[in-house]
Design a protein around this ligand. Structure first.
Ligand SMILES: [Zn+2]
Ligand SMILES: [Zn+2]
Length: 318
């Protein structure tokens, strides 16, 4: 199966500014000084292979939306942040006018996780089926509320798709169109739920908006069980560890270092830092990634953990 990241930023979407673009151009020109490129392709190859990641990429971007592609006709997606808009464009292009079936799994209903839904193109296509799964009583209310006057011009009932809300039970595995999905309660204002998904012998965890108190042994062991042997763990790493345990304790989010510790306990294979803090620029996020990789190396025993930072456009095959 393949994970496709359409939105990776937490709290509110961000975009590169003019100053950011100019800064990158200047850095690229310095890096290329003395070089000549006969064609656009040569210059493109240089940019792709020789320039550092923070010059050639941006961590983005859109608020949370992660697709799980199992190669079936149906779609599976976690959260409907603003990344749901480009995800919807992808669905419409692939469907080529055939109505889609989209299975949505919601971590919770904070605005950054639902704000893309009114811009999700397939919701406007007759014949489309959208099943929104989650554990919250307020799931349907929240989706309707954000499309109520005076906040949005198209009301929820005007959407052309057939939209169903499906209640899931925490820690109880459900099979949804061939995928096994298990939600797990997380510490976050108003509660959030992580998901463990299993298909074809592979497993992935989507765990965002989740604060961890590792000094609480039972809590840590509960998450280690939930993450156990996962091929990929998408993890709320909004803060640096120092912030997470001091000024931003109890803000409902976690850190890069806690992600490494939990994944090591669980013997997970690949940690993906996610829900990036909107105030952090690309160089800062690259720094947090390097810090997590260094910590993993220093604390590694017999089990190596791959560590990545999610960005809009990242795809991971597992
Ligand atoms: Zn969030
Ligand atoms: Zn939240």
């Amino acid at each position: 199966m393949r994970l496709r990241f359409w939105g990776t930023r937490g709290s509110i979407p961000v975009a590169l500014t003019t100053a950011d673009v100019r800064d990158r151009l200047a850095q690229a020109l310095v890096a290329a000084s003395g070089r000549t490129f006969a064609t656009y392709e040569e210059a493109h190859a240089f940019a792709s292979s020789e320039l550092p990641f923070p010059i050639t990429h941006t961590f983005g971007g859109h608020s949370p939306c992660v697709e799980l592609d199992i190669g079936s006709d149906e779609y599976f997606v976690f959260d409907m942040g603003s990344g749901a808009r480009p995800f919807g464009v992808h669905v419409l292009a692939r469907q080529a006018r055939r109505p889609a079936v989209v299975n949505v799994f919601m971590s919770h209903v904070h605005w950054d996780h639902i704000m893309g839904f009114p811009f999700f193109g397939p919701a406007y296509v007759p014949g489309t089926t959208i099943r929104i799964h989650g554990c919250h009583d307020v799931l349907e209310h929240a989706f309707r509320l954000q499309q109520s006057p005076p906040c949005f011009p198209v009301e929820f009932d005007q959407l052309a798709a057939r939209i169903e809300f499906v209640r899931l039970e925490p820690d109880r595995p459900s099979t949804v169109s061939g995928v096994t999905v298990t939600p797990h309660l997380q510490l976050h204002s108003g509660d959030s739920y992580g998901y463990r998904v299993e298909h074809g012998g592979r497993s992935a965890i989507y765990s965002t908006d989740s604060e961890h108190k590792l000094e609480n042994r039972a809590e840590a062991e509960g998450f280690a069980r939930f993450f156990r042997d996962a091929d990929v763990v998408i993890f709320d790493a909004m803060y640096a560890l120092a912030d997470a345990i001091s000024v931003k304790a109890d803000w409902g989010h976690s850190s890069n270092i806690v992600g490494v510790e939990l994944c090591q306990m669980a013997r997970a294979k690949h940690l993906v830092l996610f829900h990036h803090e909107p105030a952090n620029d690309d160089a800062t996020l690259e720094g947090l990634l390097k810090e997590a990789r260094r910590f993993e190396e220093l604390t590694r025993t017999d089990h190596a953990l791959q560590v990545s930072a999610a960005y809009d456009g990242l795809e991971i095959d597992l």
